[in-house]
Write a protein that binds this ligand. Structure first.
Ligand code: SIN
Length: 279
């Protein structure tokens, strides 16, 4: 197995491995790379949906998605699809999957089925690296805060429309009822490394602040976190499997392949409550 870093801050490309036949030692090695680099992309796989599910189960329990259509044959796998005639894509803004859950997802595993000839990459930013780059004063202020997250804005009634139904969304606004409070600076549950934990898709505001008061600081956290030195970029090809640590990164799917189809299969792994970083 070969491992190549994708950028200074995060990400690793893994080659010369077959995820269908991993023994425990090889799986442990991949897990170590994942915890260290927060994003992995494993190239040249030939996975059936059952292989994808079997790999996912090695990480934990699978979350059955409430907002995206499944493949129709495997309820564990959500489809992330953009058809040639669609303008919007899924995940086109910086976000953290499932931050609205009280026990947010550990990670998401995306397997590329059909990719455009060029474009359709995914950007990731390290919320560890972003936190570490803050001034001592900003770190101290954010470490005392908690934030309110919700699925209502992104998945609620205002999102029901023709375009959202085509892109694989269930249009299931009745299921958009999750609200959660998390520390703004978390301690990664497995490594203890501090990370910023807000995102503009699902974070409404800070506890004890109005949404309007919160917005400028949430915007500033996003602007600081997505600076180029905190990011890496994954280019997909059919057979690429990417996995990211939702406790450590935000991600954004780039929507630059109009007129082409892009189909990905996504499995999300359940996580745990997020502890506060204590400074
Ligand atoms: C997502 O899970 O936000 C979609 C990511 C992607 O399609 O690259």
């Amino acid at each position: 197995m070969k491992v190549r870093p994708l950028s200074g801050a995060l990400g690793a490309e893994i080659t010369e491995v077959d995820l269908r036949t991993l023994d425990d030692a090889a799986f442990g090695a991949i897990r170590d790379v994942f915890l260290d680099r927060s994003v992995i992309v494993v190239r040249d796989q030939d996975l059936t949906p059952d292989d994808h599910i079997a790999f996912a189960r090695r990480w934990g329990e699978i979350n059955i998605n409430r907002f995206f259509k499944s493949t129709g044959t495997h309820r564990e796998i959500a489809t992330v699809l953009k058809e040639p005639d669609q303008e919007r894509n899924i995940g086109g803004d910086w976000h953290t999957d499932h931050s609205y859950d009280q026990r947010p997802a550990l990670g998401s595993i995306l397997y590329a089925i059909e990719t455009p000839p060029v474009g359709g990459d995914t950007l990731f930013c390290s919320m560890h690296s972003a936190y570490e780059a803050l001034s001592p004063g900003m770190k101290a202020m954010l470490t005392g805060l908690r934030a309110r997250h919700s699925s209502r804005v992104a998945f609620g009634t205002n999102q029901t429309g023709a375009e959202t139904h085509k892109d694989g969304r269930l249009g299931n606004e009745a299921a958009a009822t999750q609200d959660a409070v998390h520390p703004v600076v978390i301690s990664h549950p497995e490594t203890g490394r501090p990370a910023l934990y807000t995102n503009l898709d699902f974070t409404l505001g800070f506890v004890g602040w109005t949404d309007e008061e919160s917005k400028p600081l949430l915007d500033q956290i996003e602007a600081l976190s997505t600076q180029p030195e905190h990011t890496c970029r994954v280019t997909w090809a059919p057979g690429s499997l990417g996995m990211w640590d939702n406790r450590a990164v935000m991600h954004r799917a780039i929507n630059d392949y109009q007129g082409y189809r892009r189909l990905m299969h996504r499995i999300t792994i359940e996580g745990c409550e997020l502890p506060a970083h204590d400074g």
